[in-house]
Design a protein around this ligand. Structure first.
Ligand code: PMP
Length: 413
C-alpha cells in the first residue's frame, strides 16, 4: 500500500511543470492591487490585458455601494443555510426573475460559482441512459460536468471544435443506439481562443435530432448580442438554446452564475442540482450587488461599444506591426507569435511586463504547435492611449527580440 501523500512533495500532477518552477511570475503571479485596467505587479503599474472585466464593472462605485449597504444589514454571512432550508429570500427570487427576463427565458436559478453551476445543471439532468455530446475545446468545468454526470465514460462523445459535420456524425451514430436522451454542451464564446460557437447551425442540427443544448456563455453574457444578452442573442436563437448558462465572474465582475431555461427544467434543476441543493445560498452582498450590476449590463450599450472599439483598435494596431490576430467575432484579441514555445513565451511575457503591459500566454494544445498566443481582453475601461502604449511595447518586442512574423495562416485560422 502507498501513502496517498507520497506524491505531494514532488512536482508530478496536472500543473506539475509549473509547480516545479514555483516562481509566482508566470503562473500564479501575485497581484498587488485591486482589479482594474491598471494593476500593480512586482511594484510596477501595468496595463492589464488579461482579466475578463469586459465592461469595466470591477471598478464600479455603484456596485460597491450596493454591496456595502447589503453588508451593513446582512453582514458577510447572511442568509444562512441552503436555499432549501433557510437561505432563500425574496431578493434571491427577484434576481432570478430579473436574470430570466434578461435571458428571455421563463425562469432561472442561481449558483454560487459558475463552475458549480455547470456541474450542478448538467449532472442534475443527465441520467444513466443519457449521452453527452460536447465540443472538443470546452472549458474544464464542462469536461468535469460531463464525466461527473455519466455512469459510463463511453456516454461522453466529443466532436471536433465548432465542426458541424463532426457534430452531426456523432448524433447520427447515436440516434440508432442511445436509450435515453442527448445533451449537447458548448460554450458561447470560447474563452481561450475567442471564437464563437456556431449556435445557429448547432440549434438547427440538435432540433433535427431531438437533442437538447446547454450553452455555457461565460464569455458572452453581457458582452455579445445587440443588447448584451449573449451569444444566443448574437445569433437570434435565444428561444432555441434549451439551457442558457452565464457566470458572473467575467462581464458581471462578481461571483456566481445562473442557468436560464423553461420553468419545468429550472424547477427540476432547483431540486436536483446537488452543487446548490447541498450548498449555502449566495450571500446577500452578492445578490444585491448583482441586481445593480444587471441594471448596468442592461444599460451597457456605451460600455459594449467602447470595448469593441478598443478591440478593433488594438487588433488593427498589432496587425499593422505584422502580428497575426485571430479573426473572431468576440471582443477577445488573440495575438499569435510564431516560433513560440513555453520558453520563448515566458521571455516575451516578461519583456512586455517590464514595459508595463500585463499579458498571459496560451500554448499548444489549445493552439497549434510552434505558436504562442497572447489572449488579450479589451475592456470598456481601456482608452486610446492605453492601446497606443501597448502597440508601442509590441513594436519593441518585435524589433528588440527580432521576431520573424511569418505565419502558416492555414494552420492557425
Ligand atoms: N465556464 C467557462 C467557459 C469559464 O471560462 C469559467 C471560468 N471562469 C467557468 C465556467 C467557471 O466559472 P466561475 O469562475 O464563475 O466558477
Amino acid at each position: 500500500m502507498n501513502d496517498i501523500f507520497s506524491k505531494c512533495a514532488t512536482s508530478e500532477g496536472y500543473f506539475g511543470q509549473f509547480r516545479a518552477q514555483g516562481d509566482r511570475y508566470y503562473t500564479m503571479p501575485v497581484m498587488e492591487s485591486v482589479p482594474g485596467k491598471i494593476m500593480k505587479f512586482q511594484g510596477r503599474d501595468c496595463l492589464m490585458w488579461s482579466i475578463n472585466n469586459y465592461l469595466g464593472l470591477a471598478e464600479n462605485e455603484e456596485v460597491k455601494q450596493a454591496a456595502l449597504e447589503a453588508m451593513k444589514v446582512w453582514g458577510t454571512s447572511g442568509p444562512m443555510g441552503s436555499r432549501m432550508m433557510s437561505g432563500n429570500t425574496v431578493e434571491h427570487i427577484k434576481l432570478e426573475e430579473s436574470l430570466a427576463d434578461f435571458a428571455q427565458k421563463e425562469s432561472s436559478i442561481l449558483f454560487n460559482y459558475g463552475y458549480l453551476g455547470v456541474i450542478g445543471t448538467v449532472a442534475s439532468l443527465v441520467g444513466p441512459d443519457d449521452v453527452i455530446v460536447m465540443d472538443k475545446l470546452v472549458h474544464a468545468s464542462i469536461v468535469d460536468a460531463a464525466f461527473g454526470a455519466v455512469s459510463d465514460r463511453r456516454h461522453v462523445r466529443v466532436f471536433r471544435h465548432n465542426d458541424m459535420d463532426s457534430l452531426e456524425s456523432r448524433l447520427k451514430s447515436l440516434r440508432e443506439t442511445v436509450k435515453g436522451g442527448i445533451l449537447i454542451l458548448t460554450e458561447g464564446v470560447y474563452g481561450m481562443t475567442g471564437d464563437v460557437a456556431r449556435l445557429r447551425d448547432i440549434c438547427e442540427i440538435k432540433d433535427r435530432y431531438g437533442a437538447r443544448l446547454f450553452v455555457d456563455d461565460a464569455h458572452g453574457v453581457g458582452v455579445m448580442g445587440p443588447t448584451g444578452r449573449g451569444t444566443a442573442e448574437h445569433f437570434g436563437v435565444q428561444d432555441k438554446v434549451d439551457l442558457y448558462f452565464g457566470t458572473f465572474a467575467k462581464a458581471f465582475a462578481s461571483i456566481g452564475g445562473f442557468t436560464a431555461a423553461n420553468r419545468d427544467a429550472v424547477e427540476w434543476i432547483r431540486y436536483n442540482a446537488r452543487t446548490q441543493v447541498f450548498a449555502k445560498s449566495l450571500p446577500m452582498i452578492y445578490v444585491k450587488a448583482l441586481q445593480k450590476t444587471l441594471d448596468l449590463v442592461r444599460d451597457g450599450d456605451a460600455r459594449r461599444k467602447q470595448m469593441f472599439y478598443i478591440a478593433d483598435k488594438l487588433a488593427s494596431g498589432l496587425s499593422e506591426l505584422g502580428y497575426y490576430i485571430g479573426k473572431v467575432d468576440s471582443p477577445l484579441v488573440p495575438v499569435f507569435i510564431p516560433e513560440g514555445n513555453q520558453v520563448t513565451a515566458m521571455e516575451w511575457i516578461s519583456f512586455l511586463r517590464d514595459k508595463g503591459i500585463f499579458v498571459t500566454g496560451v500554448t499548444y494544445p489549445v493552439i497549434p504547435k510552434n505558436y504562442i498566443m497572447f489572449r488579450m481582453v479589451p475592456t470598456a475601461s481601456h482608452t486610446d492611449e492605453d492601446v497606443e502604449k501597448t502597440v508601442a511595447a509590441f513594436r519593441s518586442l518585435r524589433d528588440e527580440r527580432g521576431l520573424t512574423l511569418h505565419y502558416d495562416i492555414d494552420a492557425i485560422s
